[in-house]
Design a protein around this ligand. Sequence first.
Ligand code: RFL
Ligand code: PHB
Length: 392
Amino acid sequence: MKSQVVIIGAGPSGLLLGQLLHKAGIDNIVLERATPEYVLGRIRAGVLEEGFVGLVKEAGVAQRMDREGLPHGGVKVAFNGEIRRIDLHKYAQGKQVIVYGQTEITADLMEARVASGAPSVYEVENVEIHDLMEDAPYVLFEKDGEQQRIDCDYVAGCDGFHGVSRKTIPETVRKEYEKVYPVGWLGVLSDTPPISDELIYGVSDRGFFLCSMRSNTRSRHYVDVSLEEKVEDWSDERFWDELKNRLPDEVKNDLVTGPSIEKSIAPLRSFVCEPMQYGRLFLVGDAAHIVPPTGAKGLNLASSDVNYLYRVMLKVFKENKPEAIAQYSSLCLRRVWHAERFSWWMTNMLHNFGDEIDRKIMNSQLDFYTGTEAGLRVIAEQYVGLPYEEVT
Ligand code: RFL
Ligand code: PHB
């Protein structure tokens, strides 16, 4: 087989990139280890920046998101038993975020790919990437026990944190930065109405909580738990009690509880791999970086990489400028480190890490950043997402 670009991984990064390239007439094959059902069963992000939304529109896959996505012009933060609102429209130049689940976006992208006729191979095994420093790299994989080969020009490693792409970059070339936090987020999805029409991030004496949503009838809630906790030990009743105990009095009684549809614990990690390009391989999304979910940046950062790689590929294939690939890593990493910093900072402010004096200082930070014009602008501009830079 032959293809201009081989995309490893059919998560949101791989599928969005594939759709954009296909639309631009750049042929690509997507290779995915899991089944489509498995990919769609993962409950993850829910908040999309305008940059992501614009890219999904450019890919021609925004019809359902435009219909069902919930525009949010504000977000709330609770601490000291009080709730404060960050007016995103006011403090981030009219910008907003869209609440629309990663599951839905992935389903829309999968459907669009099938309709476009662009090739995808699911349930592949033993993917290997070869000759990345040569003009003609190739990818080997097994499907139904048989090895197959794809000759290509470039490889996009969209295979998440545990994928093969990053590990293909020699250890002498790649540098990894990592921080693991001492808690995880226990998340519950339920068909219950959200407690508020906007997200509430909060910290209480008992720890962090987030009241989020997928629609006006489906909620997504989180509380932080120690890393030793097992999801099996959290009955629905125990979860709702814990959440209720963390909520400020003014909303406690508005909480509607119900059976969970999904329940899982996600670890909190900051991780970056530098560089994000090695010869003809580009790392995209979680394959290159992880942020703790507190800033809602994981998926949005993946889309910023997709944006840069797509525009670099347009330069290469449509303007015959192969030298354009040299800017990919530095363009991505600038934005990556900004999002890493924002997510790390939000995580520290909203969790009970450190000793008593750290907690007091974090509390004062929350007061400053949600209580002054200067502070509100700093949070709002980053929450809606920094703009993408131009690719030359
Ligand atoms: P994904 O979604 O992990 O997709 C990678 C795909 O690659 C496949 N794969 C392989 N395919 C072929 N060969 C191999 N050797 C392969 N190895 C792996 C995998 O099966 C998978 O289908 O990465 P992508 O596309 O870069 O997308 C990134 C986002 O998924 C991620 O940033 C966010 O979901 C992060 N994240 C969250 N972000 C937010 O903004 N808000 C959230 O609330 C939020 N919650 C989460 C999260 C990530 C979680 N993880 C990674 C465990 C909750 C969780 C639990
Ligand atoms: C979610 O709805 O799952 C969600 C929203 C915002 C975050 C993290 C997760 O920061």
